[in-house]
Design a protein around this ligand. Structure first.
Ligand code: S3P
Length: 188
């Protein structure tokens, strides 16, 4: 199907960041449909490359190993620009490393989907594939992650969309409009 709203990104991707459950993958799929940009889901790509689920990687090799895979993938993307720039859905912890924050900003237009902890809890309630939430108090974990990471998302993102109260179609339209403006205003 032809995309309804292709946008000029000067060969650079749109990158979605934010906490687990903020809608990066769902919104990424809608942006992909709207613009024709292919979706690159970092978690899915890492699972495919390693041949294990994220939960298995965390359990068998540990979080630090997973973080190193994220950095390697970002560095690859910066060094090998894609002919058709993708919309990239990242894992929620991608901003933890300073190196990643720098790579993300160099790579493309970084968009933070900022969602309240309350909505995140609701959206992640039934997920069993998020190792960091497999504990007795996922609400406390999400509150802590939100506190620790919000400044990092803010520092990394070119654009913030407050999306707790918006339906995903509206979020994807806003991201596209704001990203289009961002790319248009980039110095030549
Ligand atoms: C993580 C988020 C997950 C995944 C991994 C670690 C995090 O991705 O990368 O479980 O540290 O917040 P999602 O944000 O897509 O759930």
């Amino acid at each position: 199907m032809n995309p309804s709203h292709p946008i000029e990104t000067h060969g650079r991707p749109i990158i979605l960041v934010g906490l687990m459950g903020c809608g990066k993958t769902t919104v990424g799929k809608l942006i992909s449909k709207r613009t024709g940009m292919p979706l690159l889901d970092m978690d899915a790509l890492i699972e495919e490359q390693v041949g294990k689920t994220i939960s298995e990687i965390f359990a068998e090799q540990g979080e630090a190993y997973f973080r190193a895979l994220e950095t390697a993938l970002l560095r690859y993307l910066v060094e090998h620009p894609q002919t058709t720039p993708p919309v990239i859905s990242t894992g929620g912890g991608v901003v933890l490393r300073a190196e990643n924050r720098e790579l993300l900003r160099r790579l493309g237009c970084v968009v933070w989907l900022n969602v309240s902890v309350r909505s995140l809890l609701h959206r992640t309630a039934r997920s069993s594939n998020r190792p960091l939430l497999q504990n007795t108090d996922p609400a406390a974990t999400l509150r802590r992650l939100c506190e620790e990471r919000s400044p990092l998302y803010m520092e990394t993102a070119h654009i913030t969309v407050h999306s707790s109260r918006l339906e995903v179609g509206e979020v994807s339209r806003r991201v596209c409009d704001l990203a289009e403006r961002f790319f248009r205003d980039l110095p030549a």
